[in-house]
Design a protein around this ligand. Sequence first.
Ligand SMILES: Cc1ncc(COP(=O)(O)O)c(C=O)c1O
Length: 399
Amino acid sequence: MKIAVTPRAANLTYAIRDIVVAAKKYEKERGQIPLYLNIGDPIAYDWHTPDFMVEALSKAAKDGINGYTPSEGLEDLRKAVAEKEKKIGGITVDSARVLATNGVSEAIQFLAGALVSEGSEFLLPGPSYPPYIAYTEFFGGKPVTYRTIEEENWVPDLDDLRKKVNKKTTGIVVINPNNPTGAVYDQKTLNQIASIAGEYGLPLISDETYDRLTFEKKHTPMAKAAGDVPVIGFNGISKVYLAPGWRVGYVYFHDQKGELEPIRDAMLRQARVRICANSAAQVAAAVALRSDGSHLKEVVRRMKERRDLIWKRLNSIESISSSKPDAAFYILPKVDLKGRWKNDTEFVLDVLNMAGVVFVPGSGFCATYGASHFRSVFLPPPEMITEAMDRLERFMTKR
Ligand SMILES: Cc1ncc(COP(=O)(O)O)c(C=O)c1O
């Protein structure tokens, strides 16, 4: 007899890690390790957490910061968040209204817990970082994706966004810079999104996880562009500060008249239930946020080189084309399935089994706007990217 579980849990998916199940089967059956280009973890490749952060983490543990912290996070970390947002983003954040989380992932969970209920709709970019879709469904809501326009480097289609707002909508999420497309939105686009949110009295959620990993364009925080429209900002240390395993993220609530207080309270209540974020890592995160960011110059230079390499190679492969990501370390090429594959999942599985390269199906990021695409990271060293592209090229030209 099998024990019954809830459909909401049984149906949970996370395309980025779900593909690993097929990859592990491949490893077991073939006795070979495929090239993993699926996970956005720099530490899995040749990137390192800056030394000063590692030292700060071990010092914190040695100094005895090993107990619980307040549920909203250490006061000093919350102050460091406000200082960083002022210095880098040019926005004023009240440190008393910052919430530290176990990564931005937990912030997404708390957000959905606060805003999504049975029958509500949540507006997300299409394609979108998958947990926004998964948690919306988990809490009984309907994720509604607004189109982003591939031909224009994946900028939001504002008419589509506006069309999809209705009485059931409880929030608008913007992911800028975007995962999986690498798009960076300009201030005008952000103004226009904010004005739609303002018109309908909806909270704007701005995920800024990759704010300092930009190439040609510069990131503008939503709170800077939104005027008096309330913004809930998400950020953390996983990507920009190369410490994804430390699990530290944060949320800031930016409004004029305290309109976001009920949401802050609802997220804080959930935070109390889970006690706190990692204590020693919070201390080290404060050190990271107060640093001069000098590690980023080299990180961005090397990342850009890898972006250029993969973009060029992908566009020279038959039936594959891609726009150029402006930020982060993801690329979302389109593949002409030509009746050779039923959909992008079948394509990605075929690439794994025939070429030994692991990508993520685009439909895992949005069934509508991610279909017929696949996502690759460009974190690996150039030799590994080259090898993966050689394999993909051979695979695509074989009939
Ligand atoms: C847009 C976006 N938000 C949030 C996260 C989660 O990051 P964290 O490690 O802070 O939970 C990711 C991770 O890939 C992401 O791409």
